[in-house]
Write a protein that binds this ligand. Structure first.
Ligand code: GAL
Length: 671
């Protein structure tokens, strides 16, 4: 699938803010020259330019943008054009105060910062629609423009009376009657029962925060509210030219909106990636960001755009470390290996002031190209050009991990176990790493009705606390039909309303797993237990959570070493239909998952995408038959290749021993 049909090539470039430099035509002129030098072919513009585009209510000024786009186009640079709704001008906040948010403490926000708009404000929606329409009429057919960048990193919530009413309307639509809402929110608890819709208010520290069912619904509502805003913007620009695709730039680990659902409202997924390299364990960081990339690819089961990354350092972390030599190419190409069709940066040029004047940029305040960062960026641009022949390739997965935003909210709102620290994301990551280190591609799926597991050999469902829409039936069929399912403690406990299932759990699957989950023990931070594998095959450390199983008919592969449940099952496998269902009842250390998934992959007939033996820390990731060998080990490594390959970056043929420096990278295709 081509993400940018008007320019179907790897994109290289980034956020460009010419609106901050309108009094410096010399600098704007130099930018194009430097972009060409850095092999930049695309920039994202006008993201925060509203105050320049509409200096007064209803008075538009597009002349500067005309010149910028024309000049870029003349220089061979394409444009991802943003709508400026991420930040509004001061005059607008003054004239239409309703555009500003009300926070969860019911305080009205003042003008300032970005992402500070009320998503239900009719005035804001009208102004955004008018601006988007004007931009589309002027630029949608410009040959330089290849994609819409709607707003910027949507996030947050508004508690104004209008948004509260919108929440109530959403609930009415969902539940029909107040009786049904009372039932699904279990409002018999603490006298929460509602007798009139007007009594319902969004969760707030000043009001209700302990109704999990309500809190999960609030997050669903916020997702839908954000989607309706995105769709309003999408429809405004596509009314002018339906062929020009839209994206929104998403964020790593973002908790607030359900990204699987949100991705339905856009044509293309893009995201902003800011790993903290060199903080002690680049292999772990590599796993984390590989997973982030794979989640993004999975949202639409399609390639994605890396919309932002830093060419050197950020400015908003406690320790804003530089990338060591090699890391810029390695981390950029990691995105490509996992399905990105671009490497884009925040930001092209450092501003002279403002909160991001010290954020890394391709062009420093120094202003010239003879810098380490500029050379690194140029290397990435040149490399992307060499990779053109693989533009249409993509990663293929036989393994799927279930990662579901609504399950994530439900776990985080659940008041049990390790309260507030159930670590769903990190748990999913530790399972993912079991495949990633082997070079096995993983897709992520959530529990929407459209999810189809039938193409996978292995499905992993870590901590699938909530079963939405009868998802247990999909897991059951998957195993029945010959699949290998791996699940863990804290699975199948509540339904989609976040109400506990009555009867044995994991709900609907006790015959598939061959036991029922009886009790969940939460360990103190200093406390440990051990998983002891049968036949002395190993012992692994357990922390955080231990589930005790009852009525076990499954084959016991490992037991607890300590506590009153010593000797009881901790790792089980059960044959069901033509498949197998594994269960890991406790939070077991990473090394166990690395070892465990080696065996599982072999058993299920899933092979790594690259068939050479590699040293630990050199991780392969593949798009079709092209493999990116990435040295995240923080050491020089010697790799022994037994086959012959074309080295795409150096255009040579390689075989035998290869020395990979720290942060080294090889991109290989068998010959
Ligand atoms: C992103 C944001 C950019 C810039 C960048 C800095 O989250 O979209 O506008 O602020 O962070 O790293």
């Amino acid at each position: 699938m081509e993400l940018t049909p008007r320019f179907p090539h790897f994109l290289h470039g980034g956020d460009y803010n010419p609106d901050q430099w309108l009094d410096r035509p010399d600098i704007l002129e130099k930018d194009v020259e430097l972009m060409q030098k850095a092999h930049v072919n695309c920039v994202s513009i006008a993201i925060f330019a509203w105050a320049r585009l509409e200096p007064e209510d209803g008075v538009y000024d597009f002349t500067w943008l005309d010149q910028v786009i024309d000049r870029l186009w003349k220089g061979g640079i394409h444009v991802i054009l943003a709508t400026p709704s991420g930040a509004r001008p001061a005059w607008m906040a003054q004239k239409y105060p309703e555009v500003l948010r009300v926070n969860s403490q019911y305080q009205k926000m003042h003008f300032g910062e970005r992402h500070n708009h009320c998503p239900s404000s009719p005035a804001y929606r009208r102004k955004v629609r008018e601006m988007d329409t004007a931009l589309a009429k002027r630029y949608a057919h410009h040959p330089a423009v290849i994609l819409w960048h709607l707003s910027n990193e949507f996030s947050g919530e508004c508690h104004c009376p209008r948004c509260q009413q919108a929440f109530r309307d959403w609930l009415k639509e969902k539940y029909g009657t107040l009786e049904e809402l009372n039932k699904c929110w279990w409002t018999g608890f603490w006298s929460q029962r509602y007798t009139d819709w007007s009594q319902v208010e969004a969760p707030s520290p000043l009001g209700e925060v302990s109704s999990c069912s309500m809190s999960v619904d609030w997050q669903r509502f916020l997702t839908d509210q954000c989607k309706s805003f995105i769709e309003m913007e999408r429809d405004a620009v596509q009314a002018v030219d339906p062929s020009l695709k839209v994206t929104v730039n998403m964020m790593e680990r973002f908790w607030g909106y359900d990204y699987f659902s949100m991705a339905e409202s856009v044509d293309v997924v893009s995201w902003d990636s800011y790993p903290s390299w060199h903080s002690g364990d680049d292999l772990a960081r590599g796993a984390e960001f590989a997973m982030n990339h794979d989640i993004m690819r999975s949202l639409k089961d399609a390639p994605f755009i890396l919309m932002e990354s830093t060419p050197s350092q950020v400015n908003w972390k406690p320790h804003n470390k530089l990338k060591e030599p090699g890391m810029h190419l390695l981390s950029s190409m990691q995105a490509v290996a996992h399905g990105s069709q671009s490497v884009m940066y925040f930001q092209w040029r450092k501003g002279r002031g403002g909160g991001e004047m010290f954020h890394g940029a391709v062009v420093d305040h120094y202003g010239e190209s003879d810098t380490r960062v500029f050379a690194d960026v140029t290397e990435v641009g040149e490399s992307l050009e060499k990779l053109e022949p693989i533009y249409h390739t993509k990663p293929h997965a036989e393994v799927c991990i279930i990662f579901d935003w609504q399950n994530r909210w439900a776990i985080d709102y659940a008041q049990t176990g390790q309260k507030g620290a159930m670590n769903y994301f990190d748990t999913v990551l530790s399972h993912y790493r079991g495949f990633w280190e082997q070079g096995i591609t993983v897709d992520f799926r959530d529990m929407r009705d459209c999810t189809d597991l039938s193409g996978y050999k292995i499905v992993v469902a870590p901590m699938l606390f909530m079963f939405r829409n009868g998802f247990e039936q999909k897991l059951r069929r998957f195993v029945e039909n010959g699949g290998t399912l791996i699940s863990t403690y804290f699975t199948g406990v509540v339904d989609e309303h976040d109400l506990a299932y009555l009867g044995p759990t994991p709900h609907g699957l006790t015959d598939v797993f061959g036991f029922r989950a009886a009790e969940l023990d939460a360990l103190f931070p200093t406390e440990k237990n051990q998983l002891v594998l049968e036949n002395g095959q190993g012992t692994y450390e357990i922390t955080e959570l231990c589930e005790i199983l009852a009525n076990c008919t499954a084959e016991v592969k490992g037991t607890y070493q300590r506590n009153f449940y010593q000797g009881q099952p901790c790792l089980t496998v059960h044959s069901f239909g033509k498949g197998k269902a594994w269960y890991i009842a406790a939070k077991v250390e990473q090394q166990f998952l690395l070892d465990f998934y080696l065996g599982i992959a072999k058993d299920a007939g899933v092979s790594p995408t690259f068939c050479e033996t590699l040293p630990t820390g050199v991780v392969p990731a593949s798009r079709d038959n092209v493999t990116f060998l990435q040295n995240f080990s923080m050491k020089e490594q010697r790799v022994q290749l037994t086959h012959t390959y074309h080295d795409l970056l150096h255009d040579t043929t390689v075989t035998g021993q290869q020395v990979m420096p720290v942060n080294g990278l090889l991109i290989l295709q068998p010959v």
